[in-house]
Write a protein that binds this ligand. Structure first.
Ligand SMILES: NC(=O)c1ccc[n+]([C@@H]2O[C@H](COP(=O)([O-])OP(=O)(O)OC[C@H]3O[C@@H](n4cnc5c(N)ncnc54)[C@H](O)[C@@H]3O)[C@@H](O)[C@H]2O)c1
Length: 335
């Protein structure tokens, strides 16, 4: 398949190299001429184990080239994989201006061609942006109609920096949310041979799978840290606890409890959670120090100029409550 990869940053470099390695003819496109010249020489613009070697090999085999010329890339390919950045704005919303700009440029190039074409959005975007914004942008720029020889779909990326090549070759799954069936089939064909199940869903569901996955990963990190905080306060080895915890693949690390709409209740969940929260409150209240004046606490974010809310854990008894000998958590709140 002839593929154009837009954006030669982390995701784009890895995708371009891995797709070329699977035998596709790939053109990498970036607005940054330095990144284009690096890839042309078979070098990556990012540090990732194995990536430089793979890029050098596929460039040498003639399977990957790079350009700043969008029209050259679009008019010589059947599919564009959009991997440009979607950074956070100060209010937390997403800056999708690069995706909009790139789809405009692809659309303008397509106005000079009537060949079938598919645009797959690999960049992470909130659900609905494709339907509300990108369809209109592409249709206006190309003068063509999405769904009639011009396909559009969401195809989120799940790779992790540091293990990106292995993650590309063996992802947890491939998710494709196509506006039209044909583009879904074309994108599925691009990944043919990868050892991963393919899920075809709506474009909105495909976008949401990416956010649900990252939200869940964040939840796991926070949960493990919270258990760690509690264990430390109780002088329990938190790694002993979590090493055993993850061995339960029936309830703990499993599909259990992950269906939206299921009730939180039963005889144990509310009771045991209440007991845990009571224990934490009791430990907190054993420290009678007056917040910021407590000398025994370790403030991990002290010195930071950014106001933040955090818990500081007393690593040794503070003077105000040393006599109690009870484990304690000293809570400091900064806003
Ligand atoms: N980095 C990761 O581990 C990772 C993992 C999964 C998903 N993602 C998502 O993938 C997307 C890309 O992430 P990244 O880390 O590769 O970003 P990046 O900032 O490393 O790379 C983006 C590239 O796009 C280029 N670009 C911008 N406008 C362009 C245009 N009009 N035409 C061509 N190129 C253009 C930039 O010059 C840059 O090289 C983001 O939406 C990100 O959230 C990233």
């Amino acid at each position: 398949m002839n593929i154009a990869v837009f954006g030669l940053g982390y995701v784009g470099c890895v995708s371009a190299a891995c797709l070329a390695d699977r035998g596709h003819a790939v053109v990498g496109v970036d607005v940054d001429p330095h990144k284009v010249s690096l890839v042309t020489k078979g070098e990556a613009s990012v540090i990732e184990p194995g990536l430089d070697d793979l890029l050098a090999a596929v460039v040498e085999r003639g399977l990957l080239r790079a350009t700043t010329d969008t029209a050259d890339a679009v008019l010589n390919t059947d599919l564009a994989l959009v991997c440009v950045g979607t950074p956070s704005l100060p209010n937390g919303s997403l800056d999708v201006s690069s995706v909009i700009r790139v789809t405009e440029q692809i659309g303008a190039a397509l106005s000079r061609s009537d060949r079938d074409y598919v645009i797959a959005i690999r960049s992470t975007m909130l659900p609905g942006i494709i339907e509300r914004q990108l369809v209109g942008v592409i249709e206006r720029a190309s003068g063509r109609t999405v769904g009639k020889g011009l396909g559009l779909c969401v195809n989120p990326e799940f790779l992790r920096e540091g293990t990106a090549l292995a993650d590309f070759q063996a992802p947890p799954f491939t998710v494709i949310g196509a506006i039209d069936d044909r583009s879904g089939e074309v994108v599925e064909g691009m990944y043919a041979g990868l050892a991963a199940p393919v899920y075809r869903v709506s474009p909105q569901a495909a976008s949401m799978v990416k956010y649900a996955s990252n939200a869940y990963h964040a939840l796991k990190v926070s949960f493990a840290n919270e258990i760690g905080v509690l264990c430390n306060a109780l002088a329990i080895d938190s790694h002993d606890v979590m090493d055993v915890f993850v061995q339960d693949h029936r309830l703990n690390v499993s599909k259990a409890y992950l269906k939206p709409g299921f009730a939180f209740g039963g005889s144990c969940l509310p009771k045991d959670l209440r007991a845990l929260l009571y224990a934490v409150r009791r430990m907190t209240s054993t420290c009678r120090c007056s917040g910021l004046s407590c000398q025994a606490t370790t403030c991990t974010s002290s010195g930071s100029s950014t106001p933040s809310r955090h818990l500081a854990i007393a690593t040794s008894p503070c003077s105000a409550s040393a006599s109690s000998g009870a484990p304690m958590i000293c809570v400091r709140v900064h806003w």
